[in-house]
Design a protein. Sequence first.
Length: 278
Amino acid sequence: DNWTSLGPLIEITGANGPRVSGIRSMATVSQAIEDDTWSLPRGRHPLLILLRNCLSPVPSGSLDSAQDTFLWRNTLDLPPGKFSAVKTWNSLHPHPPTVTWHNTVWFKDHIPKHAFMLWLTVQNRLPTRDRLRSWGLVVPDGCLLCGSSTETRDHLFFTCSYSRSVWNAFFTHGALSPSASFDDIVLWVCSSFNSTKLKTICKLIFQAVVYFIWTERNARLHTPSSKTSHSLVKDIQLLLRAKLSGLDRAMLCSTRASHSSAASQATFIYTWFEFIQI
């Protein structure tokens, strides 16, 4: 152990240290002391001379009654101390830098299954047909939604005419003009908005559209059923209005509990009908 400034003595003496000194490798400091002096044999062996030079003439403090204290090096940049599971875990699993799309996916009011789907999509981990073919699977490469191009992530979101019509249906207001490029949209929904509620709504729309388009794509792959883009838009609108109504109720309960006034605050539903479903 590092109980001297020289570090573990076994690293200085080598494997022969315990045999030459007569002190077990697992012995405590107090077991190496006798009559307030180091219990080292007489002799001129080079290792014994080295130990006598490394150790102080008289052990510091009374070690007979003291309990051994175990110190852990929880991190590389901090001195040894009391064991910390959190610090040890973080040292073994260092946090990578925060990605630019973090707040697009994992924001406060996200819908979990929608956020998870977008998380996969941002990292291009959806089993689109171009990826299946790159793995050696013999599958058609055509888009299941429009049938006019190779199915890739960037085509599905939102170069495809079907998915683009769904996406554009939510952004007819002049103040909102997102790109049709997936990577650009990821950055756009994290950009500055005049209203935090509008920003939250745009994030919810983005996640919901990605989720519903992928669900529709799978439905067409595995069943004979299909929905028009107009029908898909209606389904998304219905779900998001229910979500926003819940957020408004939660906000109302919070303001009542804190005895603050929310009369001047625009609700999520009001913002929805002002900018989205005009």
